[in-house]
Design a protein around this ligand. Structure first.
Ligand code: AMP
Length: 271
């Protein structure tokens, strides 16, 4: 695995390669990231992973400052992946070398779920993905369904502008059904147990709505119960169509989308 630390080297090394798969990350590498990398290795001649904690997509400075960042640990994990060709670790100035202010705006219909609660977040994500895709020109980009709305918005944005396909990959969970996330590193053992229990309750909701007449009313009631029982703040708990993310009354072709705060740490998932 070759480590690339600036754009000059990136351009020199990557330009001649026509079939490259790209896995963008913010570090805190875990098995969820590794599954994306393996998919890219399977489907492309070469694979590049990036680690860049993009300050412009954090709507909350505290959240940015506490984001788990441990490059030494990430390197140990990534070096073990045979056939991973490149790791790109840009600096802020590499990504934002083009200083033109981004004109990217989220459409009003898309200001739902995380876009409603994290002002400017997806504008920051689309801007950085636009810059990374311009630099790397990958044939495919691999992203997790764990961040389903991100995948939805990035796919629509990138596939319109570039000759690049965005591939959604399944959510990897631990043995207690908790979706792997870099933010789990912020939890101690007991806290981890708590969020695992919460995750199992969400999974139970998914089972229950199969035979529920009024899914939205049921979710509203469950939201209050779960908040009280687990002492968490749920931002949204909504059943939405997987194709267009519109609110849905049906079990079929839909997912339950969840965002909640446990002890000031924000978690998202979908089932
Ligand atoms: P992050 O480093 O959190 O920005 O995530 C980088 C990529 O990994 C994104 O496309 C995420 O959706 C994806 N990802 C994060 N967690 C998981 C997971 N548990 N399973 C699959 N993909 C994931």
């Amino acid at each position: 695995m070759k480590i690339i630390l600036n754009n000059n080297n990136l351009r020199k090394i990557i330009r001649p390669i026509s079939d490259i798969g790209f896995v963008p990350t913010m570090g805190g590498i875990h098995k969820g990231h590794i599954s994306l990398i393996k998919k890219s290795i399977e489907l492309n001649k070469k694979t590049i992973v990036s680690i860049f904690v993009n300050p412009k997509q954090f709507n909350n400075i505290k959240d940015f400052k506490s984001y788990p960042f441990n490059i030494e640990n990430d390197l140990i994990i990534l070096k073990k992946i045979k056939k991973l060709d490149f790791l790109y670790i840009p600096k802020f100035k590499d990504i934002y070398e083009n200083k033109n202010k981004s004109q990217i705006k989220i459409k009003r219909k898309d200001k739902i779920l995380c876009a409603k609660y994290r002002k400017g977040h997806f504008e920051g994500v689309l801007d950085v993905m636009n810059r990374l895709t311009t630099l790397i020109n990958p044939k495919k980009i691999f992203m997790g369904k764990k961040d389903y709305q991100q995948l939805f918005l990035v796919k629509n944005f990138i596939e319109k502008r570039f000759n690049t396909k965005v591939i959604g990959c399944k959510t990897i969970r631990n043995k207690n059904k908790l979706a792997l996330s870099s933010r789990n590193l912020l939890l101690n053992k007991q806290e981890l147990k708590d969020v695992e229990k919460i995750s199992i309750q969400f999974l139970n909701l998914k089972k229950k709505i199969k035979s529920t007449n009024n899914i939205n009313r049921f979710l509203q009631r469950s939201k209050k119960e779960l908040e009280r029982f687990f002492n968490i703040k749920i931002e949204y708990l909504e059943n939405r169509n997987t194709k267009n993310l519109m609110l849905s009354k049906k079990y079929q072709s839909s997912k339950i989308f969840i965002s909640y705060y446990y002890k000031n740490i924000r978690f998202i998932d979908n089932f």
